[in-house]
Design a protein around this ligand. Sequence first.
Ligand SMILES: Nc1ncnc2c1ncn2[C@@H]1O[C@H](COP(=O)(O)OP(=O)(O)OP(=O)(O)O)[C@@H](O)[C@H]1O
Ligand SMILES: [Mg+2]
Length: 284
Amino acid sequence: MSGDTILNVAPIEIAQSRERRPVTAARETVFDIRNLSVSYGKTPAVKDVSFEIYRNMVTAIIGPSGCGKSTFIRTLNRMNDLVPSAKVEGDVLYHGQDLYASRVDPVQVRRKIGMVFQRPNPFPKSIFDNVAWGLRVLGMKDNLKDRVQHALEQAALWDDVRHRLKKSALGLSGGQQQRLCIARALAVEPEVLLMDEPASSLDPIATSRIEDLMHTLKRDYTIVIVTHNMQQAARVADLTAFFSLDVLPDGARTGLLVEYDATEKIFTQPSDKRTEDYVTGRFG
Ligand SMILES: Nc1ncnc2c1ncn2[C@@H]1O[C@H](COP(=O)(O)OP(=O)(O)OP(=O)(O)O)[C@@H](O)[C@H]1O
Ligand SMILES: [Mg+2]
């Protein structure tokens, strides 16, 4: 039995009041994803995905294990470039610009579109040096101390670490390490923050701090989060995309986008039976 099923026994609570963006309001497209397919060698992982991701919103990607959530989110900052067998087809337009055009520098892409991973992955360096790392690599060395402090404040970690900046990041708790990784991502002033199950290795209190942080950060950033935890998607996301696994005519299994809508709609009145089965726990 998957964790999703256990989590779904309780009804999903939809946070009504909490700064959810009215999804019908004027919205600015950040990513326009068109007919995106990714395969590893000849094996398809996601097929024919098309939807738009909007500025200053939290967009959640949910779906069963193996449906291509991580594969999908990695296409948004060209992290799949680092996987030799990965082949990306279709278009990812970022503010109308083809992210995969030959003149586009993937390093610049990853500066604008930062990523936080499932497991906190601080470098074995001091807290300060972790946050300063990207700034130094990119030559953003003016006001280094101020930039580091600002990033730590944004990640709600400054008060925890202000007196121990020279201490090793590895001495922080798991939740603090994950906020440090968020600070490291924010330090280089990205526009988008991609988060692949950022809280799945954390306890409920640390998870709740990360969720609070997302609510604050979306004022300044566009956030895309992959989560296995549907309660979490319901709590943090303005819009939710449900991916599922489908069997192609040749028998191969691939992930596909089933439904994309306001989070409230996905969890209370989904249009597709497959979404309903998943969010009510009948699937898996
Ligand atoms: N580096 C890789 N090389 C080959 N196949 C891969 C690679 N990464 C993922 N895959 C395959 O692509 C498919 C989608 O995997 P992906 O990790 O994107 O799914 P996911 O939805 O994130 O799953 P989970 O919820 O378990 O994290 C799976 O069949 C997986 O085995
Ligand atoms: Mg994954």
